[in-house]
Design a protein around this ligand. Structure first.
Ligand SMILES: N[C@@H](CCC(=O)N[C@@H](CS)C(=O)NCC(=O)O)C(=O)O
Length: 215
């Protein structure tokens, strides 16, 4: 197994899915958290000039959070057993990524700096909020129906095995739910799924011991 280094800011954000996959697999990694004050001098060294980035054996660099997560999910057995199952895990994960992405854009500028100031009083921030809300309206009912397709929605998205799709449902909705605790009231199966992920033996110990950050 290679040595893994995960590079990201000191947030859950777009890297948390990888941290959850490492925890679910019980695999050690170097969780390199970069201060925003360090970022200007580091940006050009990152592929795509963005983070997160996953580095293998201090040599191979994989940018783009979902590509990283898919790679780890395949390595650790959380990405379905065949091409069709992987396609289902992928579209579910990408649906939750759309929510996460729109949510992050409401709060961070291009330099990954929080912009509460701007988000309070510009029309662009309310446009971003409307876009986020529209994304939730578009995706959450579809995800509730998709979950119901296996075992009536009483287990995980792929049945009895937790996959990356369930972890995405957990981490993409963390901050939105803190902001609006009732946002899943019309989606009881998704709510119950998140509790299932939270109580999964590997996840619950990770969630209790992980770094506490606002995002
Ligand atoms: N599609 C990319 C988006 C990455 C992204 O937007 N990263 C932000 C932090 S969450 C970043 O690196 N911002 C710093 C910058 O743009 O200078 C992914 O999912 O990895």
């Amino acid at each position: 197994m290679p040595s893994y280094t995960l590079h990201y800011f000191n947030h859950r954000g777009r890297a948390e899915i990888c941290r959850m996959l490492f925890a679910a697999a019980g695999v050690q990694y170097n969780d390199r958290r970069i201060e925003s004050s360090e970022w200007d001098s580091m940006r050009n060294k990152m592929p795509c000039h963005m983070m997160p980035m996953l580095e293998l054996d201090n040599r191979t660099q994989i940018p783009q959070s979902m590509a990283m997560a898919r790679y780890l999910a395949r390595e650790f057995g959380f990405h379905g057993r065949n091409n069709m199952e992987m396609a289902r895990v992928d579209f579910i994960s990408d649906c939750f990524y759309d929510i996460l992405d729109d949510y992050m854009r409401m709060y961070f500028d291009g330099n990954c700096r929080m912009m509460f100031q701007r988000s309070r009083d510009t029309s662009s921030s309310s446009e971003k909020r409307m876009r986020f809300q529209e994304t939730c309206r578009r995706i959450l009912p579809f995800m509730e129906r998709t979950l119901e397709m296996y075992s009536g929605g009483s287990q995980y998205f792929m049945g009895d095995q937790m996959t990356m799709a369930d972890m995405m449902c957990y981490c993409a909705l963390e901050n939105p739910l803190m902001e609006e605790p009732s946002m899943l009231s019309s989606y009881p199966k998704l709510m119950a799924l998140r509790n299932r992920v939270m109580n999964h033996s590997k996840m619950s110990s990770y969630l209790q011991r992980r770094c506490r950050t606002e995002f």
